[in-house]
Design a protein around this ligand. Structure first.
Ligand code: HEM
Length: 185
């Protein structure tokens, strides 16, 4: 994955736990990179090793780390670095979710070697939909949950997410039931 992903993990850990904890996590993961370059590709294993080491050192399940990372990604990484892209995604949570299937097409203009996930929406109702998430990467379900929670906070829209089909449990791909209430602006 592009270095910006590992850089964002670093930012989140340093923000909440400080630099020395990050250095311990990096050492535990066996990663000797001093500075991650946003526009360079790194093996996915680097990201997985960082999450596993963070889970060990912070004593937090990997799923919780990925979930927190999803929120951080939307509320800090994306909002601070790619605000224009995010704004182009929609003005409300349901609109943004409806546009999610095309979202990474724009991202790929900045990051040409992107291997993006793919999303689709079905069962779209006035206050809920089914979000389908397809990827070749294992273990990212909790990241998606965190991303949607982050989007809910960004749009000040209370959101409830339920996993209705899980690839880890044999389904073809993950499906999330996403339900929202009125925006609280
Ligand atoms: C401006 C905002 C965003 C940018 C710049 C961005 C960029 C990226 C990048 C660089 C990766 C790593 C993939 C690679 O390097 O091959 C990635 C992965 C991913 N993105 Fe985005 N993204 C953004 C917003 C979102 C949003 C809003 C969602 C969903 C709600 C999302 C879902 C994901 C997921 C699930 C992955 C993990 C990779 C996988 O599942 O295979 N992203 N994104």
């Amino acid at each position: 994955m592009y270095g910006m992903v590992n850089k964002a993990v670093e930012e989140m850990v340093v923000m909440h736990h400080g630099e020395p904890v990050w250095e311990r996590i990096k050492a535990k993961a066996g990663i000797e990179v001093d500075v991650f370059m946003s526009n360079e590709s790194y093996p996915d294993e680097v990201t997985y090793a960082l999450v596993a080491a963070a889970s060990d050192i912070l004593g937090t399940p990997a799923e919780k780390i990925l979930e927190a990372f999803g929120e951080h990604w939307v509320l800090h990484t994306a909002q601070e670095g790619y605000g224009g892209l995010l704004r182009a995604g929609g003005k409300t949570l349901p609109e943004f979710l409806g546009n999610l299937p095309n979202f990474h097409t724009r991202v790929a203009m900045i990051f040409p070697n992107l291997q993006p996930p793919s999303f689709s929406c079905t069962d779209v109702g006035p206050s809920s939909l089914h979000l389908h998430y397809l990827t070749h990467r294992p273990g990212m379900t909790a990241f998606v949950v965190g991303l949607i929670q982050g989007l809910g906070k960004m749009f000040r829209t209370p959101v409830v997410i339920r996993i209705v089909e899980s690839k880890a449990e044999g389904a073809d791909h993950d499906v999330f039931h996403v339900q929202w209430s009125d925006s609280q602006r």
